[in-house]
Each structure stands twice: as structure tokens, then as C-alpha cells.
Write a protein that binds this ligand. Structure first.
Ligand SMILES: *[C@@H]1O[C@H](CO)[C@@H](O)[C@H](O)[C@H]1NC(C)=O
Ligand SMILES: *[C@@H]1O[C@H](CO)[C@@H](O)[C@H](O)[C@H]1NC(C)=O
Ligand SMILES: CC(=O)N[C@H]1CO[C@H](CO)[C@@H](O)[C@@H]1O
Length: 389
């Protein structure tokens, strides 16, 4: 079987992108300097960006049930990552960034590699295989310029979800073979160019059900480490992100799929164990091994038929709110990366970007295109939230 593949595209929400009110708060009066050995989330709150806030407030306004509406309003205050998933989203970046204040850390997802999402369909990007020059000059360089102009704001950057993991487990696909050099060179370039003192970067590492397979730990860690070294081992790298847009529990023993016949080959049965086993492999491969783990939608377990099911999982609920209080030395923070309420992919089997995972029995239907607001799914995330709102 193929590894789990996530679907992450946002971007169809441009109409909602402009924040209604740009709240400019007190910026830090000195440059931020995050050292590689510190946890950048400790003493800082993940910023609640107003792009997601606007989406959530619009959704809350449509709810007639008042307890649901007030719960929905509370979601707007939760910190989330801003996805820069197309070149055109960059023009909104600086405005959102400058809303963060000195007690906060601003989360951003770098996600526009050429030939993006090489093993699935729902999240294909705007840049074709071979357009690495455009990725560098039209995407990474302008982002770097904005960060350079805002040295007083602490930033956490997740680098290219799913990309390098796909090169480890889906390299038998022609599309992933074609994307491989662009992914490696693109990620290395991003790490080099974003190497500022106020940035902490986490290279995406899929999740425990993916690179956490026993046979994938070493090749996975070596793939990521090779790119880090190719970038000159920049000091911004703190480790990896996991479970981005995913559904795995942080800690569940036995794990959801532990008693499957092949469970014995998969020791990383929850994300906590993934931080252990993959974290050890990272250390051996020479990459910093701290994790940030997406807990935005993992409040409910036992919903998926198979571990790799990634699309709008039916019955899902919001999970633990962002915090650096993880109880684990390996995990710098639990964070919300996927903006809960944005669809993972359409369930319309006649759509060009239809992916069969979104038609599976355990996927919510009907569901709109990836990245568009999914009101019914959002309501379920609130109703099923754990902890409750
Ligand atoms: C950041 O802090 C480290 C450790 O204290 C120091 O070596 C480095 O020069 C500082 N960098 C900047 C840009 O201030
Ligand atoms: C809210 O309701 C209006 C009118 O029914 C609709 O046009 C709009 O798309 C809804 N917004 C959301 C976020 O569901
Ligand atoms: C559920 C799951 O991911 N099982 C995988 C465990 O790892 C072996 C290989 O090590 C795979 O073949 C299984 O599919």
C-alpha cells in the first residue's frame, strides 16, 4: 500500500483573504533573536491571524444555534498558521504579519513547490515541474524580503508539507520522480533564504503513519537531513513538523491501527512515539530533532478505515489548542496548522481535482474543493471538539 498522503491545498479563499480590520498592535521594539537551542514557542503565543479569523467569524454569523455560534466565535481566537500557497497570497503576508505583537509567534506555511503534491490530486499547485526558478524568484525571494523588513516579529515557518516524505515513499510514481530534484533544491533554497534570526523553521515530516514505519525511519531522516545539509545546515532549523492537516492522536496506546496485522512493523503508532523513533533517526542523520505537531483536527480517534485516509474525515473534532506545554522534550509545541473548516478536497467525482480518498466511506460528503470553506464540516469540528469549546 502507498503511504498516507495528505491533501493540503488552500487558496480558494482569496475572497476572504483581506482582513476586515487590520489590527496593528505593539510591535517589539527590538529585533527577535531565536537561538537554535531554544524552544521558540516557550513564552510566546501562536498568533491568531485575521485571515482565519474572518473565515470563522463569517461562519459563526451563519449559525442560528446560539451556543454553537458562541463556540464558533471562540475558535477565531485560536492561533493558526497562515498558508502562503500561491505567489498571489504573498501580497497579503506583510499585513497579517504586522498584526502579531511582541508576546506572540507568527506561524506561516511555505507551500508552493514546483510539481506540488506529486502523489495525489487535490492539492496540485500552480508551478509546474521545472519551474524552480520561478519558485525562487517569484515565491521565496519576496517572502524573504518581507521577513527581512520585519526583524522584530518572531516567526515559525513550516517548510513544504508532504514534499520530502513523498520522495521517500512514493518515488515509484513518475510524478514524484519528476518532482524530486525541484523539491530538494527548492526546500534547500527556502532554508537558506529564510535564515533570519527571528525565524524558526520546521521541515515537514508527514506523520507517524507515514515516515514512522520502521522501514521508513532511516531513509526518511536521511532524505530530510541531506536537504538540510545541502542548505548549509542553517541555524533556523529546529526540527520537523508532523501531522499537518492530519488526524493522528498525540498519545494513544494502543494506537488506532496498532492491532492491524502489520502493526508490528509500525512502531510509531501515535505522534508521541513518532517524535521518539523518528526523532532518534533524525539525530543519527544529523538534523535537529524537535517537533511541532498539528492538533487542529485530531480531537476524535477511531474514525478512519485506514491510516492513510486523509480527506475530510467524518466525525472529526478540533483538538488540543496550541501550546508549548506538551509534556515532551521532543515536542516544542502543539499547533494548529490546517485551518479547521477549510475542505481537504472535493467529493464530486466528476471534478478535475477529485481524489478517490475524498469519496471513501469515512470521508464527509458532500465536500467542496480543497481550500474552500466547508460550513457543515466546521460545525462538526466544533460539536466534536475535544477539549470542548
Ligand atoms: C543571537 O544570539 C546568539 C546567542 O546569544 C548570538 O551568538 C548571535 O550573535 C545573535 N544574533 C544576532 C543577529 O543578534
Ligand atoms: C452564510 O449564508 C449566506 C446566505 O445563506 C451564504 O451566502 C454564505 O455563503 C454563508 N457563509 C458561510 C461561511 O457559510
Ligand atoms: C497501517 C500501516 O501503515 N501499515 C504499514 C506498516 O509498515 C509496513 C512496512 O514496514 C507497511 O507494509 C504497512 O502498510
Amino acid at each position: 500500500m502507498k503511504s498516507a498522503i495528505l491533501s493540503l491545498t488552500l487558496g480558494a479563499t482569496a475572497a476572504l483573504a483581506a482582513p476586515s480590520v487590520l489590527k496593528k498592535r505593539a510591535a517589539c521594539d527590538a529585533p527577535v533573536n531565536i537561538t537554535q537551542s531554544e524552544n521558540p514557542f516557550e513564552g510566546r503565543t501562536l498568533h491568531a491571524n485575521s485571515k482565519y479569523r474572518a473565515e470563522v467569524e463569517a461562519a459563526a454569523a451563519n449559525l442560528t444555534d446560539s451556543s454553537l455560534a458562541s463556540a464558533a466565535a471562540a475558535v477565531a481566537d485560536v492561533g493558526t498558521f497562515l498558508w502562503l500557497d500561491t505567489i498571489s497570497t504573498i501580497e497579503t503576508f506583510e499585513g497579517y504579519l504586522q498584526e502579531a505583537d511582541c508576546s506572540e509567534i507568527f506561524g506561516v506555511v511555505i507551500y508552493d513547490l514546483p510539481g506540488r503534491d506529486c502523489a495525489a490530486k487535490a492539492s496540485n499547485g500552480e508551478l509546474a515541474v521545472g519551474e524552480l526558478d520561478r519558485y525562487k524568484s517569484e515565491y521565496i525571494d519576496p517572502i524573504a524580503a518581507i521577513i527581512a523588513a520585519n526583524p522584530n516579529i518572531a516567526i515559525a515557518a513550516i517548510i513544504e508539507p508532504d514534499s520530502l516524505p513523498n520522495l521517500v515513499t512514493n518515488i515509484d510514481l513518475t510524478t514524484c520522480q519528476d518532482s524530486a530534484s525541484g523539491y530538494r533544491d527548492g526546500v534547500a533554497y527556502a532554508l537558506e533564504q529564510l535564515n533570519f534570526p527571528n525565524v524558526a523553521a520546521y521541515i515537514d515530516a508527514g506523520h507517524g503513519g507515514w515516515l514512522g514505519w520502521n522501514d521508513n525511519l532511516k531513509p526518511g531522516a536521511e532524505e530530510l537531513a541531506a536537504v538540510y545539509k545541502a542548505a548549509g545546515s542553517p541555524a533556523i532549523v529546529h526540527g520537523v513538523s508532523s501531522n499537518v492537516a492530519g488526524w493522528n492522536a498525540w498519545s494513544k496506546n494502543p494506537g488506532e491501527f496498532e492491532n492491524d496485522p502489520d502493526g508490528q512493523y509500525n512502531t510509531s503508532q501515535d505522534e508521541e512515539r513518532y517524535t521518539q523513533y523518528f526523532g532518534d533517526a533524525l539525530e543519527a542523520a544529523g538534523l535537529p530533532n524537535h517537533f511541532i505537531v498539528d492538533t487542529s483536527r485530531n480531537g476524535v480517534q477511531g474514525l478512519r478505515e485506514e491510516w492513510g485516509d486523509w480527506c475530510n474525515v467524518k466525525g472529526a473534532g478540533f483538538g488540543v489548542r496550541p501550546t508549548s506545554d506538551t509534556g515532551s522534550d521532543r515536542a516544542d509545541a502543539f499547533v494548529w496548522v490546517k485551518p479547521g473548516g477549510e475542505s481537504d478536497g472535493t467529493s464530486d467525482s466528476s471534478a478535475v481535482r477529485y481524489d478517490s480518498f475524498c469519496g471513501k466511506e469515512d470521508a464527509f460528503k458532500p465536500s467542496p474543493e480543497a481550500g474552500t470553506w466547508h460550513q457543515a464540516f466546521f460545525e462538526d469540528l466544533i460539536k466534536n471538539a475535544n477539549p470542548a469549546f
